[in-house]
Design a protein around this ligand. Structure first.
Ligand SMILES: [Zn+2]
Ligand SMILES: [Zn+2]
Length: 180
């Protein structure tokens, strides 16, 4: 896989491209996040003369640790991406101005380094506080037992002291978690 996306070679009209990078190629490994799969980009481009509109989707999986129960689990990352390219004379061929969604490249030999943008999209798609399941019960603050897997004396006592009107609901919830 070439490091660059050769925008000036694009044919007139619509076309689709698929890119795949390893986490290492995108310099994602140093972030301390585990990527079990490669990072994929599916890009639809539409060229009309000197204008190219690109939309796509960045996808991969990351291995994360639940902030409540500290178990590892996988998160699907799916981030939309869109930008447009203007092919002009004399523009710099490798663009560093990715802060804007419009990129200018040289008309006859224009290429863009798309990797930093993909890297940003992946990092944006990773939640800051990953939770394995919205009903994750976390760890017991007293003895540290994983309450999704087991009960301890502290969690039982807490359940007893609850308002009886809530007990039916928590029993239902517990059954739901056990089923899953
Ligand atoms: Zn959890
Ligand atoms: Zn406990």
């Amino acid at each position: 896989m070439s490091d660059y996306f050769w925008v000036s070679d694009l044919p007139e009209g619509r076309c689709e491209y698929k890119f795949t990078w390893s986490p290492k190629q995108l310099e994602l490994e140093e972030k301390g996040i585990k990527f079990p799969n490669p990072i994929k980009l599916e890009l639809q481009c539409c060229r009309q003369g000197f204008e190219v509109a690109c939309t796509g989707n960045v996808s991969t999986k990351v291995e994360a640790q639940c902030v409540r129960c500290l178990e590892n689990f996988e998160i699907d990352v799916n981030e939309p991406l869109s930008f447009s390219v203007r092919l002009g004379l004399g523009a710099k061929s490798v663009i560093s101005l990715w802060t804007e969604d419009i990129v200018s490249v040289e008309r006859f030999s224009g290429k863009i380094d798309i990797k930093p943008r993909i890297r940003d999209a992946v990092l944006l798609g990773i939640p800051n506080y990953p939770v394995c399941h919205e009903n994750c019960l976390g760890l017991c603050p007293v003895c540290g037992v994983n309450l999704n897997k087991a009960q301890c004396e502290h969690s039982k006592r807490k359940a007893k002291s609850r308002d009886p009107r809530w007990q039916k609901l928590s029993a239902l919830l517990k059954r739901k978690i056990e089923e899953e």
